[in-house]
Design a protein around this ligand. Structure first.
Ligand code: UDP
Length: 385
């Protein structure tokens, strides 16, 4: 039986691995090893390991790999800690294959540890282009991986151009599209009830109505020294509207402490109009996105997921630079006037035509079929250019 080890480090990759994990779990020819690392184990980031276990997956091994600090040096050290932990875990559990997703530092650590240990590496969602350090990390993981599952044709082509074997590249779309397409739509009243289970502030609950913006703004590692300057224009722009704001906590990357400080000040200043949340389960996250008037910020969800519902998106700054865009996205700089004008344009226009830009479903099952059956004997990579 093939032992396949999947690494998940945060909510973002979990929503892109869940249907694959289910398909692997259901196979009789696969032993699934599930390693949970990174911010899944941190309470400030929603302690999302709970969600994984609630979904019925057995966690094989969990490890703390985050060095506190949220600055560039702690990101580098966290990568080192993850290499140490994961190499011991691979040594003990002896997987035949390691599956990593995307561009996070733990995925990089897993690909490094597995490569040195002659373990076959499969990478999901490689080949996409973005800003921040993620772009560098994503392509480095591609070069350490033997097998590739990009989500778009553009990404597939780029991986082959990077010298990877074309017969080891399979584009089935993104497994998060499987989930998006199967998540039931709930009414605004039900949405409100669900959100209120997570909301702490009564004044925000009293104000919350259908006219709300969903905001997710993460730090950009390569712009670490300007974290404050990069978030202030967003607040200036939001000041120009009476809409309620449902805002998610930024991720763990360098710069997030400064951003959190500013977000908290803004929340206080706006007194009941800003609701701040660490995390929502995926089905709720999707329904919030469906009901929001506009999705604002720099989350990949704005580019890769909101298009499935034709949701208007204002994408701010460089974090998603280069990623293939559907027609519902307006790109703006870190500039209050530009952000305001893009929001106004969207409010005038309303919904866009839905686009299934990152897959049409069944990706998890298709990827599992390849992982379970492909020949993994050739560990030495042959790179051609
Ligand atoms: N997500 C979720 N709940 C949340 C926030 C995010 O399920 O509260 C999922 C969702 O699929 C989203 C993905 O995580 O598309 C990535 O979101 P995030 O903005 O955290 O990360 P990014 O991919 O931009 O780094």
């Amino acid at each position: 039986m093939r032992k396949i080890c999947v690494i998940t480090n945060n909510r973002a990759d979990y929503s892109r691995l869940k249907t694959l994990l289910k398909a692997l779990k259901d196979r009789s020819d696969v032993e699934l090893l599930l390693f949970v690392v990174g911010s899944h184990l941190l309470h400030n980031y929603g302690y999302t390991i709970d969600e994984i276990e609630k979904d019925g997956f057995n966690v094989t091994y969990k490890m703390h790999t985050e060095i506190d600090g949220r600055i560039p040096v702690t990101m580098a050290k966290s990568t080192g800690a993850a290499i140490m932990e994961l190499s011991s875990a691979f040594y003990n559990f002896k997987p035949d294959m390691v599956v990593v997703h995307g561009d996070r530092f733990e995925a990089m650590a897993a690909a490094i540890a597995a490569s040195f240990m002659n373990i076959f590496v499969a990478h999901i969602q490689g080949g996409e282009v973005t800003g921040t350090i993620d772009g560098h990390i994503r392509h480095s993981i591609t070069k350490l991986s033997h097998l590739h599952f990009p989500s778009t044709e553009d990404a597939e082509e780029r991986i082959i151009k990077m010298g990877e074997r074309a017969d080891m590249v399979f584009n089935f779309g993104c497994p998060s599209a499987d989930l998006l397409l199967e998540t039931p739509l709930i009414s605004f009243d039900d949405l409100k009830k669900e959100i209120f289970k997570y909301a702490k502030k009564e004044d925000w609950k009293n104000n919350f109505n259908e006219n709300f913006f969903m905001v997710v703004q993460h730090p950009v590692t390569t712009e670490f020294s300007y974290a404050k300057e990069k978030i202030m224009p967003l607040f200036d722009a939001l000041n120009g509207f009476n809409h309620n704001v449902l805002m998610l906590w930024p991720n763990i990357d360098a710069g997030s402490e400064t951003m959190v400080l500013e977000i908290k000040k803004f929340e206080k200043e706006k007194n009941g109009r800003i609701g701040l949340f660490p995390h929502f389960p995926f089905d709720l996250f999707v329904n919030i996105m469906r009901h929001a008037k506009v999705v604002i910020g720099n989350s990949s969800a704005g580019i890769r997921e909101a298009c499935y519902f034709g949701k208007p998106v204002v994408n701010i700054g460089t974090r998603q630079e280069g990623r293939q865009r559907p027609g519902n996205v307006i790109d703006v700089d870190y500039d209050a006037e530009q952000i305001k004008s893009a929001i106004n344009r969207h409010l005038e226009k309303g919904k866009y035509k839905p686009e299934f830009a990152y897959g049409k479903g069944n990706a998890g099952k298709n990827i599992a079929d390849i992982l379970a059956t492909i020949n993994i004997s050739q560990i030495q990579k042959k790179i051609t250019f």
